[in-house]
Design a protein around this ligand. Structure first.
Ligand code: EPZ
Length: 426
């Protein structure tokens, strides 16, 4: 258990450097299996989810090294195609190994993935993608899934633009003998980054009129080193932008890509913050500005407002005068942070819309500091923002969620003048 201790009530002022994207890096680590040789992945953040996937790659027989922000992975000597629950249970992205193992071995056995408790996390769309793009025998049991067969190419119209299932389909399409078309796929920047990596591995994947497509490409192992740099983490950058505005500070988020952050930029501007994007940084000012709530913020698939910033946005809106409502259409149950924000002084509750959808009802006010517990990765971030806003001392208890997605979070907030420390309590 980690205890974050925060003496809040001070504006965050200064600059902060964004790390590389966790949600781009995780599927790319699995995709190194499709390169079959040495890969150097740059701008890699030190996160527990990343360590978990590196451990899984080593279990499968890969060689890995993590030095500075560069991960080196060599999957030429892969010698296993099964991944037990002790590995997959820690991280949702473990499901990303499905397609690469099938391409390399023609079979795999992967236990069901874990991940944040933010709602149902089924893998039915992943399995539908395999059926649509190949000839596979798929056996599910209480433990996980066993698959045998080969990718053939084909057409898959996704029932929902699932990020993970799109990534599974792209990795399966990459070296299929026939062309592939994946309609209604996810368009998140992290999916595009994976496609870029797969093309660097020798694939021919492209997006045309919103439809992912691939041309046949031969798989072959490599001996030359593939070097690739992941995109900036738009969710981390958005979290810091919301924190600066929530504390009525002024700051510049460096090494980010504002083009990937339009949803959160729109929210901050609508609330009355000053927000100015440049090529690779974002300036945010809440200082001396009377920020107002937003009638309705809805989380949808990209390029709309992202579900991963829904909880941090609730913390921000709890400091803006007037009423706000936040509805998550991606994970409709992702509201466990609401009661915890309430323990820190926010006037928030989960309400029901006339259509029955649950949403967060917020009345702007002041955080007073208090004690909350992280219920998932982004909920933890929202509690850190609440503690930084609230006058006095706050304690945030966390079972390792925050470290899964935010690299050096205390150092980064301290760099902005935040007074925040972390203790391992047991
Ligand atoms: C990815 O999860 C991200 N994780 C999540 O970030 C993010 O919240 C999510 O995409 C949405 O953007 C990683 O990239 C490692 P989905 P993923 O498949 O792929 C339903 C974070 O905080 N669904 O797009 O699991 C599902 O239940 C994490 O960094 C099915 O029904 O998300 C959900 O309601 C949290 N069947 C919706 O689709 C399936 O087979 C979106 O899920 C797959 C998904």
């Amino acid at each position: 258990m980690t205890q974050y201790v925060i003496d809040g009530g001070r504006p965050l002022i200064g600059t902060v450097l964004t790390s590389g994207s966790k949600n781009a890096l995780l599927p790319i680590l699995a995709a190194t299996i499709l390169y079959g040789g040495p890969c150097e992945i740059h701008r890699a953040p030190h996160l527990s989810d990343v360590e978990n996937l590196l451990e899984t790659l080593r279990y499968l027989g890969a060689k890995t090294r993590f030095c500075g922000d560069v991960i080196t992975v060599d999957t030429s000597a892969l010698n296993r195609y099964d991944i037990p629950a002790e590995y997959t249970g820690r991280c949702r992205a473990s499901i990303s190994f499905l397609a690469p193992l099938l391409l390399r071995f023609g079979r795999c056995s992967v236990a069901y993935p874990g991940g944040c408790a933010i709602g149902a996390r089924p893998i039915n769309y992943h399995l539908e993608a395999l059926r649509a793009l190949g000839n596979f025998r798929i056996m599910e049991n209480s433990y996980g899934v066993e698959v045998q067969g080969t990718f053939t190419g084909g057409y898959y119209s996704m029932p929902y633009p699932s990020v993970g299932a799109t990534e599974c389909a792209l990795m399966g399409a990459c070296f299929s003998p026939m062309p592939c078309k994946i309609e209604n796929g996810a368009l998140e920047p992290e999916v595009e980054d994976l496609a870029g990596f797969l093309n660097a591995c020798g694939g021919h994947i492209f997006l045309e009129n919103g439809i992912w497509q691939s041309e046949p490409a031969p798989f072959s192992a490599h001996t030359d080193t593939l070097r690739y740099s992941v995109i900036p983490d738009r969710i981390e950058a958005g979290t810091f932008a919301l924190a600066v505005a929530a504390t009525r500070g002024e700051g510049r988020i460096l090494r980010c890509n504002p083009d990937h952050m339009k949803g959160v930029i729109r929210l901050l501007a609508a609330a009355g913050a000053e927000v100015v994007g440049s090529k690779d940084s974002l300036y945010v000012r809440g200082r001396n500005r009377k920020l107002r709530g937003c009638d309705l913020v809805m989380a949808y698939p990209y390029p709309a407002f992202p579900t991963d910033l829904q909880a941090p946005a609730c913390a921000f809106l709890a400091t803006c005068y007037g009423k706000s409502a936040v509805l998550d259409t991606v994970f409709p149950m992702r509201y466990a942070h609401v009661s915890e924000l309430g323990k820190m002084g926010a006037r928030v509750s989960v309400a029901r819309a006339p259509g029955g959808e649950r949403y967060v009802s917020i009345v702007g006010g002041m955080f007073r500091g208090g004690r909350g517990e992280s219920t998932d990765l982004r909920a933890g971030a929202s509690l850190l923002i609440a503690g930084l806003c609230g006058k006095g001392r706050s304690i945030v208890l966390d079972q390792g969620y925050i470290a899964r997605g935010y690299e050096a979070v205390c150092e980064k907030f301290r760099g902005l003048g935040g007074r925040i420390w972390e203790n391992r309590i047991y």
